[in-house]
Design a protein around this ligand. Structure first.
Ligand SMILES: *Cc1c(COP(=O)(O)O)cnc(C)c1O
Length: 496
């Protein structure tokens, strides 16, 4: 069955999977969704015997139907290889009555690697299929994590180049070092004298600049985006929820057909939406627990039916979830409208105009697989400490938000179903917050002293990603004013 992709706002004719991967966002501003949700066509008994790569193929082939078997398997083999520091790719650890699905064993030790290590390959195959002549230039603004994961994914991928802008004074020392030491002849990293919003606005202006687009084309280039709304990022994320179920079944932790709950630390709503898609294609998942930090716009939405971003933005110890506009939520909203593009488009224009919208009770009823909880900063730190003291297992701040939500949900529902918690970052990535949660006096140490301390505390090896940046030479040292971002791009690509 061929699956086509339509826009959630109804203003564009349907496109193939590979075209949706190339375009990222639909031209009417909507997000691409499959016209029909596929279903798994192999049993969980069979899936439970497969490696991660084999299983990923069984899931992705359902969504990316215009990719041939060879193309898709080639993409998967290029993505999930020795870049991951664990042979299983996504190992599962059991601690304190829950299963932690460790999504952080990739090159940048956060879950974004699961999608960004395959997206470049899905894109280059899509470019070939659609006879795109130009070289793809990925343009990204980052507040730290996405930029590094995208750089690692696109480095030295033929037919692509990647340019990343970051706020020179707005990322952590480890994040900056990770980016400016990035290898690859096709990578370019630029610090700007401005904040993340300035970087984001500068990038958007370039995407929308028709003259620049023409100049790019004349020089054999075209811009593309590695944004989390691309289905080429969403589909690879569905695989690990299916894998988690298959693995637990294979190990006898589940009976055939027994349902699990998934708890996901949420920001842009991409990861939890992937869990929802895993459910829709036939994985026995009951509840999807959306876990927020104090920027709890999603918690409030699920409780009240009103999405309202007009509130104070707080900087937390789980920065990758510090988000007030969860762009992937639009895909769920569209589905709750009964796939009514007009209703969805009108809600989204309310969001753009006033920062808020309210959905009907009938729509909220359709969202009954979702549960929502949130954790304060103090609760997040306590969760890390308590789990460590009870079990010796050390989790990062984002995962701790989910662990707190998992506990609250179990209590409120009296539910003792098997729980899978998406563990989205290595504690090494947020060593300072993690170690001060365990013992406040650790706060006096330098960033690299903390790394050694964490090894002592957790008993886990220091990931290669961290080991590397201690000694890696700096390869990128361009810094520019916000107003000069386009000039830097023109200079790097030698546009003339
Ligand atoms: C991006 C990120 C999240 C949030 O995931 P979404 O798909 O944006 O909801 C959670 N944890 C970590 C570590 C992340 O990097």
């Amino acid at each position: 069955m061929d699956i086509l992709y339509k826009s959630t706002r109804g203003g564009e004719k349907s496109v193939s999977a590979s075209q949706a991967v190339l375009k990222g966002l639909a031209s009417d501003g909507g997000l691409f969704v499959p016209e029909k949700m596929p279903r798994l066509d192999v049993s969980f008994e069979e899936l439970s015997k497969m490696s991660y790569r084999e299983l990923a193929y069984e899931v992705m082939k359902l969504f990316l139907t215009d990719y041939t078997e060879d193309e898709l398997k080639g993409c998967i083999d290029n993505a999930y290889d020795s870049k991951f520091d664990n042979e299983e790719i996504v190992p599962i650890t059991s601690a304190d009555g829950s299963y932690y699905l460790e999504l952080f064993h990739g090159p940048t030790i956060a879950f974004k690697d699961m999608a960004l290590s395959i997206l470049p390959h899905l894109m280059t195959v899509a470019a070939k299929k659609n006879e795109l002549k130009e070289k793809i230039v990925i343009l990204t603004a980052t507040s730290g994590d996405t930029g590094k994961a995208a750089l690692a994914g696109f480095a030295d991928v033929p037919g692509t180049a990647i340019i990343v802008f970051y706020p020179k004074h707005g990322v952590s020392p480890v994040q900056e070092k990770q980016m400016v030491t990035q290898k690859g002849g096709n990578t370019h990293v630029i610090g700007i004298e401005g904040n993340f919003d300035d970087a984001q606005n500068g990038v958007k202006a370039m995407f929308n600049n028709k003259e620049l687009a023409a100049l790019m084309k004349k020089n054999g280039y075209v811009f593309s985006s590695a944004n989390s709304i691309n289905i080429g990022r969403l589909v690879p994320q569905v695989c690990y929820y299916v894998y988690a179920y298959a693995r637990l079944l294979g190990e006898g932790k589940l009976n055939k057909g027994q349902k699990i709950n998934c708890v996901v630390p949420t920001g842009n709503f991409g990861n939890i939406l992937a869990a929802y898609y895993a459910k829709l294609i036939g994985t026995p998942i009951d509840r999807l627990v959306c876990a927020s930090n104090t920027n709890k716009v999603l918690y409030d939405f699920f409780k009240t039916g009103t999405y309202d971003k007009n509130r104070e933005f707080t900087v937390t110890s789980s920065p990758s979830m510090d988000i007030l506009i969860s762009s992937n939520l639009e895909r769920l909203i569209f589905s709750l409208t009964g796939e009514n593009a007009d209703v969805n488009a009108s809600l989204m224009s309310k969001l753009a105009a006033s920062g808020a919208y309210t959905v009907s009770d009938e729509m909220m009823k359709k969202a009954d697989s979702f549960e929502a909880f949130y954790a304060t900063e103090e609760e997040t730190a306590d969760t890390i400490k308590n789990l460590y003291e009870k079990t010796g297992y050390v989790i990062d701040t984002h995962t701790a938000v989910a662990a707190k939500a998992a506990g609250d949900f179990k209590k409120s529902a009296g539910d003792d179903a098997v729980t899978v918690i998406a563990s989205t970052a290595s504690p090494y990535k947020f060593a300072r917050s993690v170690l001060t949660a365990i013992d406040e006096s650790n706060g006096a140490m330098s960033d690299f002293e903390l790394i050694d301390k964490l090894k002592e505390v957790s008993g886990c090896e220091i990931p290669p990603a961290i080991e590397e940046i201690r000694t890696a030479p700096i390869r990128h040292n361009t810094v520019c004013e916000t107003a000069d971002m386009q000039k830097e791009v023109e200079k790097y690509l030698k546009l003339g």
